[in-house]
Write a protein that binds this ligand. Structure first.
Ligand code: PLP
Length: 373
C-alpha cells in the first residue's frame, strides 16, 4: 500500500512555479461540473475576457491552451508556419533555443539571431537579420528570458518587423502579470504565456492571443495545421461563439484556479502589480549585494522577477541550494546550460513577490554556517 501524498510546505523562489494564493488553491477543490455546463461556458467566457485584459489586447482570438507554456509556444508556431517558410528567431537563452527546435519541426527555414546568454538582442541585430532574409514570415523573440534574467525591449523591434512584412511572435511566459506587456500597443501578433510564474496559478495552462494579421495567416494556409490538438481552427469553436463544439475536455479544476488567479491580478491592478515587483526587486538586490552576490545581467536589462546571481566566492552553489531546500524549505533555481553550477535564479513572482520572501531567504543564508559571506 502506498503511503498518502505528503509534501513539505515549501517557499517557492525559483523560476516557477511560484507560491499560489490560498483562494486559488481553494478554487481547485470546487466540486467538478461538466465542461459544457452553461456555468462552465460562462466561466470560460470570463477567463477569456480577463486574458484579454491582462494581455492588454482586444484580440478576439484570445484564450487558454490546455497545456503548459511550451504547448502555447508550439501552438503559435504550428498554426503560423508551413514547410518552407522563412523565419527569424532570436536566441539568447534556453527558450529562444526551444522556439528554434519547434520551428524546425514545422519545416521552417530558421535564421537565428544570437546574443550571448545574459545580453539582449539589439535593434541593429534585428535590422540586419530582416535585411538579409528574403521573405521572413515571422520574427520570434523572448520578452523575459527565464534562463538568464534578461528583459528584452520589444517596442523598438516591433516596427522593424512589421515594416519587413513579418509577424511578431513573443514569448511572454515570465513577463506576464509581472511587468508591462502591451500586446496591442506594441503590435504583437502572437503571444503565449504560462500560469505558474507571475500569475501565481498552478502550472499546466497557457493563455495565448492572436492578432487579426495572425488570424489572416492562419485562415490562408495551404496545408492543414500539423497538430490536431493545437489547430486553432478547431479549438476556437470550443472557446467562442454561441454554440460550443466539443473539442477536448478542458481541465475544469485548473480553469477554476485560473479564473480566481486572474481575478486577484485584476483586483490588485496591473500597474500596482508591476510596481510591487520593482519595489521588492530593489530590496532583494541591495540585500543580496550586501551578502556578496553579483548580478549576471546589466541593471538596464534586468528582469525584476527573475534574478540571476553568482554566489560569493568560496561557496558551492549545489550544497547551499540543497541546504536551503532541505533545512529551510526555500526553493531557488540553479543555472541552466552554460550557467549550470555557476548561478542561482531567484524568482520573486506573483505571490512569491513579498518583502517577507526576501527576508526569509536572506535570513536563512545568514543563519546557515556553510554559507560564506
Ligand atoms: C517557463 C517558461 C517556458 C515554458 O513553460 P512551461 O510551462 O514550463 O512549459 C517558456 N518560456 C519561458 C520564457 C519560460 O520561462
Amino acid at each position: 500500500m502506498m503511503s498518502e501524498l505528503k509534501t513539505s510546505k515549501r517557499i517557492l523562489m525559483g523560476p516557477g512555479p511560484s507560491d499560489v494564493h490560498p483562494k486559488v488553491l481553494q478554487a481547485m477543490a470546487t466540486p467538478l461540473i461538466g465542461h459544457l455546463d452553461p456555468q462552465f461556458v460562462q466561466l470560460m467566457d470570463e477567463v477569456k475576457q480577463m486574458v484579454q485584459q491582462t494581455f492588454m489586447t482586444k484580440n478576439e482570438l484570445s484564450f487558454v491552451v490546455s497545456a503548459p507554456g511550451s504547448a502555447g509556444m508550439e501552438t503559435c508556431f504550428v498554426n503560423l508556419l508551413e514547410p518552407g517558410d522563412e523565419v527569424i528567431i532570436c536566441v539568447n537563452g534556453v527558450f529562444g533555443g526551444r522556439m528554434v527546435a519547434i520551428a524546425e519541426r514545422c519545416g521552417a527555414i530558421v535564421h537565428k539571431v544570437e546574443s550571448p546568454w545574459g545580453s539582449i538582442i539589439t535593434r541593429d541585430q534585428v535590422k540586419y537579420a530582416l535585411e538579409k532574409c528574403k521573405k521572413p514570415k515571422l520574427l520570434a523573440i523572448v520578452h523575459a528570458e527565464t534562463s538568464t534574467g534578461v528583459l528584452q525591449p520589444l517596442q523598438e523591434i516591433s516596427e522593424l518587423v512589421h515594416n519587413a512584412g513579418a509577424l511578431m511572435v513573443v514569448d511572454a511566459v515570465t513577463s506576464y502579470c509581472g511587468m508591462p506587456l502591451k500586446v496591442d500597443e506594441w503590435n504583437i501578433d502572437a503571444v503565449y504565456t504560462g500560469t505558474q510564474k507571475c500569475l501565481s496559478a498552478p502550472p499546466g495552462l497557457s493563455p495565448i492571443s492572436f492578432s487579426k494579421a495572425a488570424v489572416n495567416v492562419l485562415e490562408n494556409r495551404k496545408t492543414p495545421v500539423q497538430s490536431w490538438f493545437m489547430d486553432l481552427n478547431l479549438v476556437k469553436d470550443y472557446w467562442s461563439g454561441s454554440k460550443r463544439a466539443y473539442h477536448h475536455t478542458a481541465p475544469v479544476s485548473s480553469i477554476f484556479a485560473l479564473h480566481q488567479a486572474l481575478r486577484l491580478v485584476l483586483e490588485e491592478g496591473l500597474e500596482n502589480r508591476y510596481k510591487r515587483h520593482q519595489i521588492v526587486h530593489k530590496v532583494l538586490v541591495s540585500k543580496l549585494e550586501g551578502l556578496g552576490f553579483k548580478f549576471l545581467v546589466d541593471p538596464s536589462y534586468r528582469l525584476p522577477n527573475l534574478n540571476s546571481v553568482f554566489l560569493p566566492e568560496g561557496n558551492d552553489e549545489g550544497v547551499i541550494r540543497k541546504k536551503l531546500l532541505d533545512t529551510y524549505n526555500i526553493e531557488v533555481g540553479g543555472g541552466l546550460g552554460a550557467f549550470a553550477g555557476k548561478i542561482w535564479r531567484i524568482g520573486i513572482m506573483g505571490e512569491s513577490c513579498t518583502l517577507n520572501h526576501v527576508n526569509m531567504l536572506v535570513g536563512a543564508l545568514e543563519d546557515m554556517k556553510e554559507f560564506k559571506h
